[in-house]
Ligand binder design. Structure first.
Ligand code: HAM
Length: 451
């Protein structure tokens, strides 16, 4: 296939037959994020390259190997965002939001770009749902942020996911840890990849999440940071665990989680599944108490997470979880005579004004072919409009599932059809036993409340 008809490697189209699934996840995520006090932020797809060097870190895989960086026509170095935290922190600083009442809580639904080797659950353009919370150092904030992600997964009935937490300390406790890591990796220096040889001096912790199989085998036996935590960090980590217990959120402590980005301090966590192959981390996050100061602001504790939407969807599909059906068509108006054409046009527009999903023929089909097409798209109702209907002022609508018909007056067609549809919907909703019991999500309410 030529370049004109094949999308770049590592990207994926989202076709109409699937897009409702992502819309569902977006709606559930944003409703839960708002219920936890987060408000939406939208930040640019590209930022100054320097931002990611500073925040994500010079020695990370993301910055060293994976960024889409280019000079724009004005000669600035620009990078497509590989993640969302840096841009949100930049926006907080740029707009002076740090002087507002704390905490400042943001959620986002974004695309991200990383030049990685594509495989199941790993793309070059992918999507994240995330939250960032600025201004609280309390371990209760950690538990709330983790609790939000946990609530989201519960709402989707995802049981094949477990939460792993760790603390990677603060710059104070990290000095001793770096020393121990350096000593350990120096003993294996000949086996390390070239990138990791370079990391040994500058940032030995980054060797712990190198993707090369040899480096990861060596890293698996390296000293763990939990053994080097200072008293404050130990107390904070104990507080996080206590607050998770209060909220009855199950977790395991995994001292090997370090996360792949440099800004983290103290709590780090991941929600991991074994149902989606090698890329099993669906959600990752943690504290980054030093980032805002690193970017030139005053010290401001912060934390957040992001989850990969493609991995989330894969997990939902692989474990057979509920997705709502794609929105169907309420009515197909069949035009049986050129004399009825304008009436069909007007009625279609009137019904669409009521936000009903209405289709009509735009391809000069015969009546028979229009019927066939209405069937193919799964229209719930059809109505035929010809000379007879115009003259008699009454139209017969047919329920395509039950075969029931009803005669509606042409001059009040739209309102009468809406009542008919709502009566029918009520009956069908009360039969619907598939949707998870999640309370008041508009997306799960059956969708159609057009009156
Ligand atoms: P991250 O671990 O780099 O963290 O990415 C978060 C999630 O994005 C991953 O757990 C994974 O589900 C998804 N993801 C990452 N790379 C890819 C890829 N190439 N293809 C598909 N999905 C991917 C962050 O990005 C941090 N900003 C999270 C955070 C927010 N920490 C604090 N606040």
């Amino acid at each position: 296939m030529g370049l004109l008809t094949k999308a770049p490697r590592g990207t994926a189209d989202l076709l109409p037959a699937e897009s409702h699934k992502i819309q569902y996840l977006e709606t559930v995520f944003s409703e839960i994020a708002r219920s936890y006090g987060f408000r939406e932020i939208r930040v640019p797809v590209f930022e100054h390259t320097e931002l990611f060097h500073r925040s994500v870190g010079e020695t990370t895989d993301v910055v060293q190997k994976e960024m889409y960086t280019f000079n724009d026509n004005g000669g600035r170095s620009i990078t497509l965002r590989p993640e969302g935290t840096a841009g949100v922190a930049r926006a907080l600083l740029e707009h002076g939001l740090y002087s507002e009442a704390m905490p400042q809580k943001f959620y986002y639904q974004i695309s991200c770009y990383r030049y990685e080797k594509p495989q199941a659950g790993r793309l070059r353009e992918f999507h994240q749902f995330g939250v960032e919370c600025f201004g609280s150092a309390s371990p209760a904030a950690d538990a709330e942020v983790i609790g939000l992600a946990n609530r989201f997964f519960q709402t989707l009935s995802l049981d094949n996911l477990h939460l792993e937490i760790n603390s990677i300390g603060c710059p104070k406790c990290r000095a001793a840890y770096h020393k121990a890591l350096k000593a350990y990796f120096t003993a294996h220096i000949d086996s390390l990849c070239d990138t990791c040889k370079g990391r040994l001096e500058k940032n030995p912790m980054r060797i712990l999440d190198c993707k090369s199989p040899v480096c990861s085998a060596i890293a698996a036996k390296a000293p763990v940071i939990l053994d080097y935590l200072c008293d404050d960090c130990k107390e904070h980590f104990a507080g996080v665990q206590k607050n998770l217990d209060v909220l009855s959120i199950p977790y395991t402590v995994n001292p090997r989680i370090v996360r792949g980005l440099d800004y983290y301090t103290r709590t780090v966590f991941e929600f991991v599944s074994d149902a989606i192959g090698a890329q099993g981390t669906v959600c990752g996050g943690g504290r980054y108490d030093g980032l805002v100061a690193e970017m030139g602001g005053s010290a401001l504790p912060a934390l957040g997470f992001a989850m990969g939407v493609e991995r989330l969807r894969l997990l939902m599909e692989n474990t057979g979880k509920y997705f709502p059906e794609p929105e169907g068509y309420d009515l197909f108006l069949i035009c049986a005579d050129p004399a009825a054409f304008d009436t069909v046009s007007r009625l279609t527009a009137e019904l669409r004004d009521m936000l009903l999903n209405v289709e009509r023929d735009l391809c000069d089909r015969s009546v028979k072919a229009q019927m066939k097409y209405a069937n193919k798209i799964g229209a719930r109702y059809t109505a035929v409009l010809g000379e007879n209907e115009i003259q008699s002022g009454s139209v017969t609508v047919k329920n395509m599932h039950t075969g029931d018909t009803a005669s509606l007056p042409l001059d009040d067609f739209a309102d009468r059809f809406l009542s008919l549809l709502n009566d029918d919907s009520l009956r069908e909703w009360s039969d619907d036993t598939h949707a998870p019991q999640t309370g008041g999500f508009t997306v799960l309410d059956g969708g159609k409340k057009k009156d």
